[in-house]
Design a protein around this ligand. Structure first.
Ligand code: DNO
Length: 404
């Protein structure tokens, strides 16, 4: 398992030397400064590679850009409207340029309008640390009372609506604007940064696009892009919906095991793969992560290892981001399944037998609490997650060696 770490570029408070000291083997990055739909030029890609390869003091870091997260799919492509054909052509050109620069693993997602979504970015835990959280009642407050979306009341159970209206009546203006910012202003890595009116406009443009139609658009995207990616030797890997259920009345189609099977079956190619994200998928009790890893293993090109704790039994539910080894996913069992897949790949002579993973997110602990890093991407919280995962990997590998 290849230990990688997400880096947002030269503006990231967590610098390249922090990554090196965390002991990471490869870097995950994206050209966030380029608007979705535009071409990632060879020159811009080379610049990012150089930035990763250099410490702030100018010395070589020894680090290499190994995974792209994300090459964004535009709303036009998802809706098949406006400039979608131009965006598709540009997507393919960006892929050509990335392959030319030696990159081969490309993560993306197909969530309409909102990428990953939380209501709290720094929810206090009993020990003084903070974690990210999705609170269903707060989300309903946003949808029903702040965005005031027509039809929102059809999308929540009656008790949730009652509680949300009561909470809204007592909510301070400060919390209302914080909640709005948290949901619509774009979390790190998201391709979009909206105002309330932008969201309303986007929702309007999705009218008539239900789950089957979005899935058809996704298939069309794959049929266009995957053959090109395959000739370039690339491995595309779709990230699941986070959270894995519909929001704002928009369809979400990468939430369950059968969603993943449909995407993988849409185009049978090694270039058409998935990013297995335990934190996103683990929010649904009906997603068995070990089973998904075992079933889809051959096409898992990238892993996000993170844990969430569900706060209720239903879908949708509230949840928070637990420590990497706590929460609802059995991380030891999942890592064991990944190691089995890697062993199978080695036997088959696959070059990509070491699957890149990153310790996804982290709680804010110690100096993180005053450092103002990107939400979800603190230095120490992630380092702790990486260290714990590294311990599991080392122990399981040791056990495997002893058994053979
Ligand atoms: C959150 C991330 C997501 C992810 C994209 C992938 O931390 O996992 O923003 O990068 O959804 O396309």
């Amino acid at each position: 398992m290849r230990q990688t770490w997400r880096w947002f570029g030269p503006g990231d408070i967590v610098s390249t030397d922090a990554m090196a000291q965390a002991g990471v083997q490869g870097v995950v990055s994206a050209l966030h400064q380029i608007a979705p739909g535009e071409i990632w030029t060879a020159a811009a890609i080379e610049t990012r590679k150089r930035e990763i390869a250099t410490f702030p003091n100018g010395r070589p870091s020894g680090l290499n850009w190994e995974v792209v997260e994300s090459l964004p799919v535009t709303e036009d492509i998802k809706r098949q409207s406006g400039d979608w054909r131009l965006h598709l052509e540009n997507y393919k050109i960006s892929l050509t340029n990335l392959a030319g620069a030696g990159l081969s693993v490309i993560c993306y997602n197909f969530m309409p309008v909102l990428d990953w979504t939380r209501t709290d970015l720094a929810w206090p835990l009993a020990n003084g640390a903070t974690a990210m959280r999705f609170d269903l009642i707060d989300f309903a407050v946003f949808d029903l009372c702040i965005l005031a979306r027509p039809g929102a009341a059809d999308d929540f159970p009656a008790p949730v609506i009652t509680e949300a209206r009561a909470r809204f009546a007592k909510m301070s203006d400060q919390r209302k604007s914080q909640l709005t910012r948290n949901i619509v202003a774009g979390l790190p890595g998201a391709a979009t940064n909206f105002t309330l009116d932008d969201v309303r406009g986007q929702l309007e443009r999705y009218k008539g696009i239900d789950a089957p139609r979005l899935r058809q658009h996704f298939t069309d995207f794959l049929q266009e892009v995957i053959p090109h990616a395959e000739t370039l030797g690339l491995r595309l890997c779709c990230h699941p919906d986070d959270p894995p259920f519909p929001l704002l009345g928009l369809p979400r189609i990468m939430s369950t095991k059968s969603d993943h099977a449909a995407v993988l079956n849409a185009v049978a190619s090694p270039a058409n793969g998935i990013t297995l994200c335990s934190g996103s998928l683990g929010v649904r009790a009906d997603n068995d992560l070990v089973d998904m890893m075992t079933t889809f293993g051959a096409r898992v090109h990238f892993l996000h290892l993170r844990n969430t704790a569900r706060m209720g039994p239903t879908v949708p539910t509230s949840f928070y981001e637990a420590e990497h080894l706590e929460g609802d996913t059995d991380m030891v069992a999942l890592v064991a399944a990944v190691l089995s897949e890697e062993e199978a790949r080695r036997r088959q002579g696959r070059q990509d037998h070491s699957i890149p993973f990153r310790p996804d997110h982290g709680q804010n602990i110690l100096d993180d609490l005053t450092r103002n890093t990107q939400p979800g991407y603190p230095a120490i919280g992630r380092l702790k997650g990486l260290a714990e995962l590294r311990g599991i990997i080392r122990a399981l590998e040791h056990q495997r060696m002893a058994e053979t």
